[in-house]
Ligand binder design. Structure first.
Ligand code: 16C
Ligand code: ATP
Ligand code: CA
Length: 586
């Protein structure tokens, strides 16, 4: 369809074909410069009249106007790329019939995309996450856009921890095309556990067996960021912005994501996507749980306290290396939208399935994953570590714009294992500080990084996990079921409880006597305690000896990875010039 319409006072040639909606100013001198072209896949909605949606819906009736809403990259010149906003254009037609014809054609074009977009969503809002603005963020920014796009949402404002997870595990989900959380990484983790657990239940698979090839999940997960770190959102979208994330949900973007399952003996403990971290990150989390009242600042405060305690821990790390010919954590690349390494991994992970079902748009499909890969040889490293971290993705976040492992991939079926050996406090500070700029944090003599498919951690003889594990498991189960009935229970209770148990574990009677002095001493020297805890995406694990396995592309998010150019502002973090590691230069 093609017509001459007015936008403001100027005349434009407006064209709609199956792929693009575009308008070009009828001013010969500037003809080339003045074409705006929006892919139909990035149209959000069309309304009769002169309509505004954000910050508030305003409708001015007009028989000859229609308003088109679409994805717009950036919101102003200084906004970071990766940030999307709502583009809004009012068109003026020669008659009401002409206007109605345009609106019908645009709606038809949008309807043709409906198979690739979600129609019905189940939304969970954590009213207490981050700065406690989840409800407000959803009502003022996300909900009006979903409504404009004709997406219906069933909204649950949670009343207790694990409500979202339990809902997904147990309630009827027929008719929902996706689940969305408004909150932080903890809320995302609830959805992750719900979606993976439900899918395995329905497939009749045991999540506990680390050798089982889990069934990839069809139900997509959307994240509207409203938490403290929002690492998963930042690392899969490039910014933490509720409008950008809502737009990715609306247009049905689809980003596969690797997930790590964490096991203790023959039991699944948790799933992780961003961090399974022992030592420093475990201690930061355990400390931060005492200061939840500080909100997002609790991590910086606890980071300082933990840094000053200058601890390191003994253990043996074993890992199964990934194929070094495919990629390396030190190859100076970034996993960007449409990443080649991830696409090739799709073919390797799902050789029998139709490759097109794994591309960038939401579409419900069945998968079958390749389990033919042989295990290979385990590599073993023993020593004292400041921290041991495993991440399935870069884990970039506002605190660390390139992340824990800048060259990690979102969907390549591997994780990066980072070992930071015991070193002097200033060396460790240098390591940490490099997360905030573009200097290579792996280019330090006490740091090593490996691309892996599985990791095992064990304690030195005499420090092993308590033999009373059955009791421990019962306690966890007790906590899990309590959260289902007792609305007031918060995860921090379990975390503090487990952290306390950990502090006691591995310490004999005489060791316990020293506990108090060790604790005080821990603030100034590296003596105690001898065992740390694991931080698993912001949750403390109740076991120290664990086995982790990466499951390639186990879940899908309404996202598309970081677009080329997103994060470009990061190349000047702290006024340092990019040294070639930012996304603009790879
Ligand atoms: C000199 C500045 C150093 C800054 C170092 C920044 C490193 C930041 C690395 C962030 C990695 C995030 C990984 C994602 C983890 C999430 O699944 C999880 C749930 O949200 N978040 C945390 O566990 C929350 C983890 C939060 C960790 C914050 C660590 C802050 C360290 C501050 C150290 C200050 C030393 C000062 C010495 C005087
Ligand atoms: N109504 C609720 N009351 C108490 N806790 C809740 C409730 N709803 C969810 N939770 C729990 O709160 C925890 C923290 O929430 P969330 O992840 O949204 O915010 P955050 O911790 O501030 O952010 P981040 O995880 O990004 O650091 C989650 O693990 C979740 O299980
Ligand atoms: Ca990965």
């Amino acid at each position: 369809m093609e017509s001459v319409l007015r936008v403001g006072k100027k005349r434009y040639r407006v064209i709609l074909n199956g792929i693009h909606f575009s308008w070009t100013e009828l001013d010969k001198k500037n003809r080339d410069k003045k074409t705006v072209s929006v892919p139909v896949s990035e149209l959000i909605g069309v309304e009769k009249g002169r309509v505004e949606i954000l910050p508030q819906k305003k409708v001015e009736e007009s028989e000859q106007h229609f308003t088109v809403f679409s994805v717009m990259r950036g919101s102003c010149r200084s906004s970071p790329s990766g940030l999307w906003s709502v583009g809004r254009t009012e068109f003026y037609c020669s008659s009401r019939d002409h206007r109605d014809h345009w609106v019908t054609q645009l709606k038809t074009a949008l309807a043709a995309k409906s198979g690739m977009r979600p129609q019905r969503l189940l939304v969970f809002i954590n009213p207490y996450g981050g700065k406690k603005k989840g409800v407000q963020i959803y009502r003022t920014l996300a909900s009006p856009l979903l409504e404009l796009a004709g997406i219906s949402a069933h909204v649950v404002v949670t009343e207790r921890a694990n409500q979202a997870r339990d809902h997904i595990l147990k309630k009827e989900l027929t008719g929902f095309d996706g689940v969305v959380c408004v909150g932080g990484d903890g809320m995302f983790s609830e959805l992750l556990h719900g979606v993976i657990g439900r899918t395995q239940q329905e497939a009749g698979l045991s999540e506990h067996d680390p050798t089982v090839t889990l069934q990839p999940c069809n139900l997509h997960i959307g994240i509207i960021p409203a938490g403290s770190t929002d690492c998963v959102c930042f690392a899969t979208v490039g910014v933490n912005d509720p409008v950008t994330s809502t737009l990715h949900i609306i247009i049905g973007d689809s980003q596969p994501l690797d997930v790590c399952s964490v096991h203790h003996q023959s039991t699944l403990v948790r799933y992780s996507v961003s961090l399974v971290g022992y030592g420093f990150y475990g201690d930061v989390l355990a400390e931060s749980e005492k200061h939840r009242w500080m909100g997002p600042l609790r991590y910086d405060y606890s980071g300082c306290v933990t840094y000053l305690s200058n601890r390191s821990y003994s253990g043996t790390v074993q890992f199964l290396p990934a194929d070094p010919q495919v990629s390396s954590p030190r190859d100076n690349t970034r996993c960007l939208s449409g990443c080649r390494v991830c696409s090739e991994s799709t073919e390797r992970l799902f050789p029998q399935s139709d490759a097109s079902s794994h591309t960038s748009s939401y579409s419900p499909s069945q998968y079958s994953q390749d389990s033919s890969q042989s295990e290979g040889d385990w590599v073993s490293i023993e020593g004292r570590f400041k921290c041991v971290s495993l991440t399935c993705m870069s884990s970039s976040c506002p605190r660390s714009p390139l992340g824990l492992s800048p060259a990690a991939h979102l969907a390549d079926g591997t994780g990066d294992l980072i070992l930071v050996r015991e070193t002097h406090a200033l060396g460790f500070l240098k390591y940490l500080h490099r997360h905030t700029n573009t200097e290579d944090q792996f280019d330090l003599p006490f740091v090593e990084v490996h691309r892996v498919r599985a990791v095992k951690f064990s304690l030195p003889p005499g420090e092993e996990d308590s033999e009373d594990e059955e009791d421990e498991e019962k306690q966890i189960e007790g906590w899990e079921s309590k959260t289902e009935t007792d609305g007031s229970t918060h995860k921090s209770m379990s975390q503090q409880h487990l952290a306390e148990k950990r502090d006691e574990r591995g310490m004999g009677d005489d060791k316990k006597k020293k506990k108090k002095s060790d604790f005080l001493c821990g603030l100034c020297c590296s003596r105690a305690p001898s065992v740390s805890v694991w931080n698993c995406d912001g949750e403390i694990l109740p076991f120290t000896e664990i086995l982790c396995r990466v499951h390639g592309q186990l879940v899908r998010l309404f996202a598309r990875g970081i677009e080329d150019g997103a994060g470009s502002r990061n190349c000047r973090v702290g006024n340092r010039k990019c040294k070639g590691r930012c996304v603009l230069h790879t």
